[in-house]
Design a protein around this ligand. Structure first.
Ligand SMILES: *Cc1c(COP(=O)(O)O)cnc(C)c1O
Length: 371
């Protein structure tokens, strides 16, 4: 490949645009260094429990948690939470919006032998459907943001029965899109996306109804593997602990990001920042002769994960490789989507100015590749 060097004045100050793990701000690393004395100490002692308590309080503040909702956390990331939910949140049957890889992975977990076959509304990549009331369904589930395609869904109760729970995978949306928590019963995520932490934890905002459901299922004779026990996670979270050892540095990075977001203006501020970055990219792609937003319906376009298709005269994989060689990393599309595409995270930690530099850099590379 002929070397293409992007002029320094066109480069973003930080070239990390990946959808997870994603950019960690240098201020967070300074906070990590400052917290060095608690790294390597017991998670059952006051200093680490205080840190977990601060994280839970910071999340409650950011999401303006309604009365009675609780912040629950455990180990294993969002992927573990799918199995936690299958083991201890779904009573009989779930219904799912499946519009990409992550939505379909929850369907796989919810297809457990002790549950009835899930009701699934599947739509092709780049689109999404809607859920309606289905008899006998007690959990309605969908991703707030489908990271594999860059499609988002509004957080709302899609025609659910009174005692059914709305369970939202917010792994890549949480902290980057404003919404009303009262519209959900379980809003779960992991820290390695908008919260600019590392992977390994799951965090769930749980309504009183969801908490009640977890204890009701735990009281039945269903076998629940101890590591997947939602009630064990709730019991431990109430004590500012986790069932087993958490990664302390992840908690420090998460706490640092929460403080920054809350001090800067909270969720509304964070959402305006991701909207500024993503709008720039969608406008750029719409105006460009060789690019177009992958998600056709503007109402479905994600403000935190932007997917841009390129004309067949452009080799997007080559474009991403040239960007990578110039320090602009992780703009490749989701591997299984198989499109001639770039996928760019516009999470809160990403500077809108860096997104503007990114399109200048892409313009430069496109010209060089064409020339
Ligand atoms: C990243 C992601 C996941 C997986 O998160 P892990 O913490 O790696 O398990 C799940 N759902 C969505 C929407 C994601 O973006």
């Amino acid at each position: 490949m002929a070397d293409i060097t992007i002029p320094a004045e066109l480069l973003p100050a930080d070239g990390r645009f990946g959808c997870g793990p994603s950019k960690v701000r240098s201020e967070q690393l300074a906070d990590l260094a400052a917290a060095a004395r608690i790294l390597g100490t017991s998670h059952r002692q006051a200093p680490v429990k205080r840190l977990v308590g601060d994280v839970r309080a910071g999340i409650s503040e950011l999401f303006r948690l309604p009365e009675g909702y609780e912040v629950v956390l455990g180990n294993g990331g969002s992927t573990a939470f799918w199995d936690v939910a299958a083991a201890g949140l779904i009573t009989r049957r779930s219904a799912h919006l499946d519009f990409g890889e992550f939505g379909s992975k929850f369907v796989a977990s919810a297809s457990a032998p002790w549950l009835e076959t899930p009701h699934v509304v599947h739509t092709p990549g780049g689109t999404r459907g809607t859920l309606e009331l289905v008899d006998g369904v007690d959990v309605y589930a969908y991703p707030h943001n489908e990271t594999s395609t860059g499609v988002s869904a509004p957080v709302q109760r899609f025609g659910t029965a009174p005692d059914a729970l709305t369970v939202v995978d917010a792994t890549s949306a949480a902290g980057g899109i404003d919404f009303d928590v009262a519209e959900t019963d379980v809003y779960y995520f992991a820290p390695q996306k908008n919260f600019a932490g590392d992977g390994g934890l799951w965090i769930a905002l749980m309504s009183p109804a969801a908490i009640e459901r977890a204890y009701a299922i735990a009281a039945t004779d269903r076998y629940i593997p101890p590591f997947l026990s939602l009630t064990a996670a709730i019991d431990n979270s109430r004590l500012d602990q986790t069932l087993n050892t958490p990664a302390l540095s992840t908690l420090v990075l998460l706490d640092s990001q929460l403080r920054w977001m809350n001090a800067s203006g909270g969720l509304a501020w964070a959402a305006s920042r991701t909207a500024e970055s993503s709008t720039h990219l969608y406008d750029w792609a719409t105006a460009h002769a060789l690019a177009t937003p992958y998600v056709v319906d503007p109402a479905h376009r994600s403000p935190v994960v932007v997917t841009i298709d390129f004309d067949e005269s452009v080799d997007a994989a080559r474009l991403a490789a040239v960007l990578r060689a110039n320090g602009i990393v992780d703009t490749e599309p989701y591997r299984k989507l198989g499109r001639n595409q770039l996928r760019i995270a516009t999470f809160v930690a990403v500077e809108p100015d860096d997104v503007r530099q990114l399109t200048r850099s892409i313009d430069y590379v496109l010209e060089a590749l064409a020339g």
